[in-house]
Design a protein around this ligand. Sequence first.
Ligand SMILES: [Zn+2]
Length: 583
Amino acid sequence: MSFPSRYLRIPALAFSAFLAAIAFLLAPLVASAQAYVGNPKLIVIVVIDQFRGDYLNRDAAEFKGRGFNLFMKEGAWFTDCYYDYANTKTAPGHSTIGTGAYTDGHGIESNEWWDPARSYDHQVSSVEDERYELVDLPHDSIPANQPGAPSTAPKFVIGASPLNLRATTLGDELRLATQGRARVYGVSLKDRAAILPAGQAANGAFWIDPISGQFTTSTYYMQHLPDWAKTFNASGRIQQAERDANVDTATTEFYELVGRTPAANSYELDFTKALIEGEHLGQHGVTDLVVVSLSANDIQGHQFGPDSEFEEQMIVSLDHDLDNFFTWLDGSIGLKNVWLALTADHGIAPIPGDAAKLGVHGAVVNMDKVYDKLNAELNKRFSKAGEKQTYLLPNPDLPYVYLDQRAFKKAGVDEKTAEEAVAALLPEAVASQDSNPLPFIKDNPPTIVQPSGHRLDPGPRIQYVYTRLQLAGGQLPPSEWGTLLAHSYADHGNWFVMMILDAYQMAGVSPLAGTNHFTPWNYDRHVPLAFYGTPFKPGEYHQLVQPVDIAVTFASLAGVNRPSAAVGHVLVEALKPGINGEQ
Ligand SMILES: [Zn+2]
């Protein structure tokens, strides 16, 4: 932004008076920045990717030291924290934690979506931004579209930024309140989970190159990694993580193979220590902020489900790593100078076969078959004789089914007619899979059997369908359910239908292995919420709270504005009396 030209024509004398006036005007601003006394020195929000709210209770007997126990025994632990929207995915969840808003406030509806203004070749990710590049990648990981790429360049990768985030975060508000003196960072294995909770004005967000495991960032933040990050990448810590995970140190699949093991959590937390040390966080006389999102649990959880022994091992191991990290924080900055929060971006469903085995209506829907059926019906209804069109955009990212508006427009069909047609056809297209009942594993050694004893219809079933126009126009029931749906909507220029399967049903997995999260049902919305720090009254709290309460509670305690679109409540029930907990 430049000054309008009239300011440049001010005569010299008047100009010095102008400068004096500016200095006068700035004086109270500087003073007000100093009024933020830097209590605490550092806020750390720990996000566990895919961690259901009941896990802490389930595995409590195994926790040692001051890992999870720091929150559960010395902090304020909320057992009933539920997201109040249907978009239970990584990108919207992390955006909600940072902004204290839901999708209708922060604009992030999923991990990726079809954006007709940007591309019909692929779904754009929530953070991809073609104006930026990834920074300091190892040679073998430089993608084909960046300078210096090897001839065997792996794939087309572009930079990332919070371009789709339409609200400020707690970190942004700390930066604004201190005229940039507060320093704000995000860390994760995943780009979206590092970028979105940190915000637009963050000093940096770091995530890994999935091939090598090296930490990288985007030119949105900086042209090169800071020296401490380069040192970390070159320190042999990657190879140590590979050895800890029993993975070949020559692997080119760090994200997949190491990322799904407990070794990835200690790897990320060690990087976070290097960040706090390297950027001298907690030593600026203002409140700095780090959001660290631990991805390993999600990567392994999708494969093995919430009830596997791997999940238990991951949690017990993470408890140990958190104990180590908090002990380190105590020794470096002092826990009395730090406020901590623990939460997750979403929960998870059990593997559908496990749910079906117990008699719950678990089922798997094959979306390829659903799409074939829908396209056939839509062609019958809308295409000219002999003409065949593809009316749906590929790779549905449930709960959304995206329509190809080019095909409908070509057939002279408007959005309302198109979405209503798809919405009307979907229940039948899904239910017609009844003939393919869900098998499940029985006993050990496993035998695959048909659930002949299943007391319910074994097929998948749609519970609700909403068109984009219904969601955009607020044509929703005047109930808590209607509020939840309203919180789930953002406009990205696409046409879509929201499809909600019965609970414990899903697409994109085998009935026997693998699970997912994407629904408005409670198991996907239930996450832990706990705080530790001087303002908080230790205890176990059972009232219903939401992840949107984190950013506003911290904003209130730090004495800064709540983020621009925040809708949460300050959790006053867990606060000690007096300013910042001083009695
Ligand atoms: Zn996930």
